[in-house]
Design a protein around this ligand. Sequence first.
Ligand SMILES: Nc1ncnc2c1ncn2[C@@H]1O[C@H](COP(=O)(O)OP(=O)(O)OP(=O)(O)O)[C@@H](O)[C@H]1O
Ligand SMILES: CC(=O)N[C@H]1[C@@H]2OC[C@@H](O2)[C@@H](O)[C@@H]1O[C@H](C)C(=O)O
Length: 376
Amino acid sequence: MKAIGLMSGTSLDGVDVALIDTDGEAVAAFGPASTYPYSAQDRALFVAALEGARALTDRDARPGVLADAEALLTTRHAQALAAFLAAHPQHRDVAAIGFHGQTVLHRPEIGLTVQIGDGPALARAVRAMTVAPGPALVYDLRAADVAAGGQGAPLVPVYHRALARGLAEKGPLLVLNLGGVANITYLDGDADPIACDTGPANALIDDFMQARTGEPLDRDGAMAAAGTADEAALARLLDHPFFGQRPPKSLDRNAFRAWVAERGGVEAMKTADGAATLTALSAACVAAVLPHLPRRPELLIAAGGGAHNPTLLRMLGGRLGLRVLTAEAVGWSTDALEAQAFAFLAVRALRGLPLSFPTTTGVGIPLSGGRVIASA
Ligand SMILES: Nc1ncnc2c1ncn2[C@@H]1O[C@H](COP(=O)(O)OP(=O)(O)OP(=O)(O)O)[C@@H](O)[C@H]1O
Ligand SMILES: CC(=O)N[C@H]1[C@@H]2OC[C@@H](O2)[C@@H](O)[C@@H]1O[C@H](C)C(=O)O
């Protein structure tokens, strides 16, 4: 069936929209994909929402700025979907929509993961843009896993496995998503994927660049390429219990912010050296997961925005000692992979198929999830 995924990731850079044709087990065809960027003003509200969410204990509460942030986020998703369907009117007969929302807090250790995004409100907007009876809208896809004792993330591994079945390479291989946070999927034939978050990917680099240069990213890794990573600082930063933990494990976007501020010494570095150190940290965090995997992978497939950063890719190749290819190089999408994954997960949820596994989130048994609004 035709399914659309809507994803707003930890980088807070915009709404990714992607369409695929899938039965939730294999992908018959990739459709179009687009990103609808947030304005600086939108982004500021979402950054405030992350701060406002820090003290939350009830995942349904929307105190202070969170109510406005949720309303704006839902509106931006409705607008993104409207623009996407206006550009591709032949897809107004879409059958399923997966709506991730925006994670504002992720603390699975206390049973809490919070994604803002108003499913019923988006479903009402969807009705006006689609062919009757309208698609099923699936949202709140992490909650069931966390309620059952899982990490609630990462959820994309089952999609990585579906795509990897089409590759000539049988593995073992790693798929790496370089978003705000980095996560890996280890694939070896048909075995259940092994997955976890590995550490920061772009979040710390973006925050550092914003503070130093006023630009929200180190475009093409140019700043990091001009600097030198401080290996002593890296050793201090890698001396964190997270890296000794076996997968599954997951992270909040800002999990390492205080740690880096305390131990990194990055504030005292020149901008280029700071960017190089934080970029090397992202690569070193991925390398730190290798000892926890059953076999040494032969290939790493990099996706997400960080796959556009050649300095990061070079450092990954060096620190992992693996062949690194971008998702594009194997015929997948670098930028739309996560949105496609949420389209795929929506169809799986509608069919009652598992979204998460003991080896991906630590949940006790393979588990489905998502809240469904039939015929949005
Ligand atoms: N040309 C580029 N050079 C360097 N970095 C880039 C480039 N393009 C994108 N990025 C980085 O990629 C980030 C966006 O990545 P992506 O959209 O995959 O993240 P996300 O989906 O929001 O995060 P997550 O996967 O953690 O939810 C940007 O914030 C930026 O840091
Ligand atoms: C709680 C949450 O939103 N986590 C995100 C985040 O961004 C990357 C990494 O951390 C990953 O675990 C997850 O996203 C992807 C899409 C996932 O669930 O697979």
